[in-house]
Design a binder for this molecule. Structure first.
Ligand SMILES: Cc1ncc(COP(=O)(O)O)c(C=O)c1O
Length: 434
């Protein structure tokens, strides 16, 4: 494909697809003409034939790298033998559910669906069914998908922090009212919400990765566990990003805190669309998959055998190969290298992350909650990432977005990342002073 062809594809897209992309997070200022022609391992190639080392990783799924041959072979093999029937269950769904029950501490029973949004939707629905209560608590900066109860208060402007900041029109005011937004790492705020309202569920990303990587302060997750238990509220860890990426048993295994319900997605199928909701049997048994039970659970594509096979193959590879060791080591090297680089340049930063995830905030620390991130130098954050593209490296040029290592990245990639970051940041800073 030539540059002209890439422009033609992007123009054709805009004619028939609103905005030319299939998710509101994919049309990025300055990248309106970007066409993805191919992905492979740690790279992608655009429509003009330029290849980039990819740290965006589709917001997180390809933990093993793009087009992992073992995962894709499992999908192809299952697709040849057992497709979607819409009645009964296939063995591969059971194999996957058994693995999830085995690996994730909170999961006694589990249901499969396709996307993270569906999983969090069903978590909230069943929490309301179980408790008969109306409200939920979410945190400023956490994202749990596009549905009405949670599509609010992620990357909010300063004036909206502390109030309701819906991400869409068309949400009933009653639904907005029923979601209470708390400050992450602020247990008193949560305690207040639980004592003032009838709260069915607290839902959170145990590390809010939708705003980079804001780590939970020691004791915060434990406090939420205690508060939820005391108030009879369902505690939901949304591990759509942290699940599998940070540990086979999710971040709950790392933290040693067990929620009542867990949602999983993204890295679970290494890029194939599969997600899960699991947790305490007494909650999971409320779903209508057992006839007569009160919480509707349905979906034509749920448990789709080839995508379930993708998840089984992904999990088996995570178990049998040193994937976590590799990505944690590269992540650690990158964070250390970046800290050293910015100290040398005299640029105040907080380099944050966990395991394979890293992000550099351009501000004075500490970073404990979303409000701290309002100080981020957005122009520098987005600007150095745009510069990186001309050096063949892709970190999503969008404020507060995190970057990821995969099993396909190498030590050489870390070296090139640090070198290119130095060149990119100094170019942006020189442009400012020049
Ligand atoms: C933590 C978290 N939960 C839920 C979702 C929604 O998942 P999906 O986009 O698959 O619907 C996302 C998506 O980015 C997410 O980051």
């Amino acid at each position: 494909m030539s540059v002209t062809d890439q422009i033609t594809v992007a123009e054709r897209a805009v004619r028939v697809i609103p905005g030319g992309v299939n998710s509101g997070q994919r049309r990025i200022e300055g990248l309106e003409g970007l066409v993805i022609a191919a992905t492979s391992g740690a790279t992608f190639t655009d429509g003009a034939g330029r290849t980039y080392t990819d740290y965006h990783g589709a917001f997180g799924p390809p933990l093993l790298g793009h087009n992992d041959p073992d995962v894709d072979a499992a999908v192809a093999e299952t697709a040849r033998t057992v497709g979607l029937m819409g009645v009964g269950v296939s063995e591969v769904e059971v194999e996957l559910a058994e693995r999830l029950v085995d690996l994730v501490p909170s999961i006694e029973k589990v249901l499969l669906t396709e996307t993270g949004s569906e999983a969090t939707f069903h978590a909230i629905r069943v929490a309301r069914a179980a408790t008969g209560r109306r409200h939920i608590v979410k945190f400023q900066g956490c994202y749990h998908g596009w549905h009405d109860s949670v599509a609010m208060n992620v990357i909010s402007p300063a004036e909206k922090v502390g109030g309701k900041d819906p991400m869409s029109q068309g949400i009933f005011p009653e639904v907005l009212d029923a979601t209470i937004v708390c400050r992450f790492n602020d247990a008193e705020d949560v305690e207040r919400a639980l004592s003032e309202h009838d709260v069915a569920a607290i839902i959170l990303e145990p590390i809010p990765h939708n705003i980079g990587a804001v780590l939970p302060k020691p004791g915060f997750l434990e406090r939420l566990r205690e508060l939820a238990t005391r108030h009879g509220t369902v505690l939901v860890f949304d591990e759509v990003i942290t699940g599998f990426r940070h540990h086979l048993g999710g971040y709950q295994t790392v933290a040693g805190v067990t929620p009542d319900l867990t949602t999983l997605g993204k890295a679970m199928g290494n890029g194939w669309p599969i997600s899960a909701l699991g947790g305490k049997a007494e909650l999971m048994e409320l779903f209508s998959t057992t006839p007569g039970r009160p919480a509707l659970f349905a979906g034509t594509f749920n448990g789709h055998p080839p995508t379930a096979a993708a998840a089984v193959a992904t999990i088996d590879k995570l178990r049998s190969e040193p994937v976590h060791e590799h990505v944690f080591r590269l992540g650690g090297r990158a964070r250390a290298g970046l800290r050293e680089l910015y100290a040398r340049l005299g640029v105040p930063v907080v380099v944050s992350g966990f395991g394979s995830v890293f992000v550099t905030y351009f501000l004075e620390g500490p970073v404990e909650s979303y409000d701290d991130l309002l100080a981020n130098d957005v122009d520098l954050f987005v600007g150095y990432r745009r510069e990186l593209m001309s050096r063949g490296i892709f970190e999503l040029p969008l404020n507060l977005k995190r970057s990821h290592f995969s099993y396909a990245h190498t030590d050489d990639d870390v070296d090139r990342l640090i070198e290119a970051t130095e060149a990119a940041v100094t170019t942006v800073l020189a442009r400012r002073t020049g």
